[in-house]
Design a protein around this ligand. Structure first.
Ligand code: ADP
Ligand code: MG
Length: 347
């Protein structure tokens, strides 16, 4: 099912929770709705589900305006952060509940439930009560309950936020492969940029109710359209420095003397005229240079983290962070040179 949001806004008493959102979601794709807490993700999802009405704008499913279609007639499966299982019902009863509401007979219900629980690998749990399940198992049950109706759209609101890190990664990969297998149009709400980067066909990044960028994860990471997008994605975050574009050359101007910087690639170069701009450099785009050609600095800290090492170095009075590999031989106080792979320019 294709989804179109046309100029959707949602205004609460004194908050504009969603501000003129225009988005097309392709049939069979997985879109992550990403952004900081309070940016309007859940509000957007509830409007698509029909649980909330937009103050303004139109929602279309496969070209049909569904503004006045009740939630139960929108053919949607929903999964929430807190699982929302019925505690007094067994797993079986929880999953078959939507089919009971549709007046399916017992035989048909059983057939359908066994199909779904097989896919989610929870056959063993059918007779347990939710309180006897781990968080990961409860969420599988909630997903099974959402999918048992064969919905046209799957909406997940921070479904993994209550799980520990390892399980979160496991289940997100499973949700992604399940979604691909079923080819079901899916909107997945998360505030976790890494989660969004790893499972989406497209990411829709919101801030304060406003769309910041809607593109593939790769494009959003490599070509962020504004400073917010650039700063929200990436860990450790992008370095931001005041700079100047002067006669097609870039300089850092926060330092006492103007330092010219060069890069293999400059993102947004064509969009900006000469003048003061903000420059962004991702830590992994600072590459230790052998031949003293890059930006020169002095190491002020070295932090070793699992597979990578974060080096902070000072260039006069500014501090930049770089990611380097394990096999370096540097120490605090060493002079280093970094070549820059990619610089981003912002307003
Ligand atoms: P997110 O899911 O991204 O954390 P929400 O969509 O829940 O954000 O909320 C967006 C904004 O709308 C927030 O400022 C929130 O306080 C406000 N909001 C959400 N629901 C209501 C409501 N029912 N009444 C008033 N304000 C609300
Ligand atoms: Mg929310």
């Amino acid at each position: 099912m294709k989804i179109r949001l046309e100029n959707i806004s949602k205004e609460y008493k004194d908050v504009l929770a969603v501000n003129q959102l225009n988005v097309d979601i392709e049939d069979g794709s997985l879109v992550c709705l990403l952004g900081p807490s309070g940016c309007g993700k859940s509000t957007t999802l509830s409007m698509i589900a029909g649980l909330d009405k937009p103050t303004e704008g139109n929602i279309y499913f496969d070209g049909v305006n569904v503004n006045d279609v009740q939630a139960e007639h929108r053919d949607i499966g929903m999964v929430f952060q807190d699982y929302a299982l019925y505690p007094h019902m067994s797993v079986m009863e929880n999953i078959e509940f939507p089919l009971k509401m549709r007046k399916w007979n017992k035989k048909r219900r059983l057939e359908k439930v066994s199909q779904v629980v097989k896919v989610l690998q929870i056959e063993e749990l059918l007779h347990r009560k939710p309180s006897k399940l781990s968080g990961g198992q409860q969420q599988r049950v909630a997903i099974a309950r959402a999918l048992v109706k064969d919905p046209k759209i799957l909406l997940l609101d921070e479904p993994l936020s209550n799980l520990d890190a390892k399980l979160r990664i496991e289940l997100r990969d499973e949700i992604r492969s399940l979604q691909k297998k079923l080819q079901i149009t899916t909107i997945f709400v998360t505030h976790d940029q890494e989660e969004a980067l790893s499972i989406s066909d497209k990411i829709l990044l919101l801030d304060k109710g406003k769309l910041q960028q809607y593109s593939s994860p790769k494009k959003m990471y490599m070509e962020p359209e504004n400073r917010f997008v650039a700063g929200f994605l990436g860990n450790p975050p992008m370095n931001f420095i005041n700079g100047i574009l002067d006669n097609k050359k870039l300089f850092i101007i926060e330092t006492d003397k103007k330092i010219q910087v060069q890069a293999d690639y400059i993102n947004n170069f064509k969009n900006y005229d000469s003048g003061n701009h903000l420059l962004g450099i991702r830590p992994e785009d600072l590459i230790l240079s052998e031949n003293k050609s890059g930006v020169a600095g002095t190491i002020v800290s070295i932090q070793t983290l699992g597979k990578e090492v974060h080096i902070k170095f000072s260039v006069e009075n500014i501090i930049l962070k770089a990611c380097v590999s394990w096999d370096h031989n540097y120490a605090i106080g060493d002079h280093v040179d970094f070549d820059i792979k990619r610089i981003h320019i912002f307003n």
